[in-house]
Design a binder for this molecule. Structure first.
Ligand code: UDP
Length: 310
């Protein structure tokens, strides 16, 4: 296959490029580098089957030759990033999705949209099945990401229904691993960087809010299986390893041997979900997908990476 991956220099995008290249496919990676970084794909630039194009997908996209699949992963994804880049976040989810869908149609390519657990907002149903329509505040600070992704899903289904485009939607839950940006503001890089510096971990609010963390390799496997399946409805990919942020901080301190403890900060962003855990019945039954990497193992690998880059 010849595939286009947008957001190729990002955390998830770069791992996707690795996977498609390892499977023998030709990969065109596209990124405008506003939150991605060339060092994530530096090891690929000499690869004979890899081409990098520096481009903003909110502008018209031109690709010579055929394309078999497009995976649209470009977007700021950390709450701190999308609060700083609210208009870019809305544009990449809306205009970027429209452009990549149009390109998929022109090339008769299969299309996979990276969506998110954020489309459930601050959920009133727990755990979250794909049939749950969510509880999103459109005009709250997180709305720029949530609504962009909700629009992106709506647009993807419209191309599927109106044009018969072969589409997939993955709803990605909290994912961590090597190549996350140290200063992207999300809980995993924040906690690990603080722990490795021997500082107290900054728990926002009372730390009772929960997240379910998955290791990057499990997500990539789920995305790869979904693309190769025939299923066109959204599919959650995430783990049942739900932890409160306070418990999570204690685990990071334990694994890094950090004795500086925890401090509480009043920095929760308005609309910060109180709970989050996927119902993964679809992924398990339709894709035969299960998370394989346990939280402690995944965190050990991630800590080793952050030790190197610090
Ligand atoms: N959080 C925290 N300390 C930090 C960073 C984040 O307690 O230094 C909390 C944040 O308030 C949220 C959770 O960790 O409840 C996950 O935040 P993150 O930014 O990783 O992503 P989200 O899951 O909210 O999109």
């Amino acid at each position: 296959m010849r595939v286009l991956i947008t957001g190729a220099a990002g955390f998830i995008g770069s791992h996707l490029c690795d996977r498609f290249l390892a499977e023998g496919h030709d990969v065109i990676g596209m990124d405008n580098l506003i939150t991605g970084a060339m060092r994530n794909i530096a090891h690929l630039t000499e690869h004979p089957n890899f081409t990098f194009i520096h481009h903003n997908v909110t502008q018209h996209i031109h690709i010579d030759g055929t394309l078999d699949a497009i995976l649209h992963f470009a977007s700021p994804a950390s709450p701190v990033d999308y609060l700083k880049l609210p208009i870019q976040t809305l544009k990449v989810g809306a205009l970027g999705t429209h452009n990549t869908l149009g390109l998929a149609r022109a090339k008769s390519a299969r299309y996979l949209l990276a969506s998110t657990s954020e489309i459930y907002g601050d959920p009133l149903v727990h755990p979250q099945p794909e049939t749950y329509v969510g509880n999103v505040d459109a005009i709250g600070p997180r709305g720029v990401y949530d609504e962009a992704k909700r629009f992106a899903e709506a647009m993807t289904m419209a191309y599927h229904r109106a044009h018969g485009l072969d589409t997939r939607i993955v709803r990605i839950f909290n994912t961590y691993g090597p190549r996350m940006r140290l200063n992207d503001g999300r809980v995993v890089p924040n906690f690990i960087a603080q722990a490795l510096r021997g500082e107290p971990l900054t728990v926002y609010g009372d730390g009772k809010q929960t997240r379910s963390f998955q290791y990057i390799d499990d997500l990539i496997e789920g995305v790869y299986r979904l693309l190769h399946s025939a299923y066109t409805q959204p599919v959650n990919i995430g783990t049942p390893f739900e932890k409160s942020i306070l418990e999570f901080a204690e685990i990071v301190n334990e694994l890094t041997g950090n004795s500086a403890g925890i401090i509480f900060k009043d920095e929760r962003i308005q609309g910060d979900p109180q709970t989050r855990r996927p119902d993964t019945t679809r992924a398990r039954t339709l894709l035969k997908w299960e998370p394989r990497v346990d939280l402690y193992d995944g965190l050990r690998r991630t800590i080793a990476y952050f030790r190197e880059v610090l």
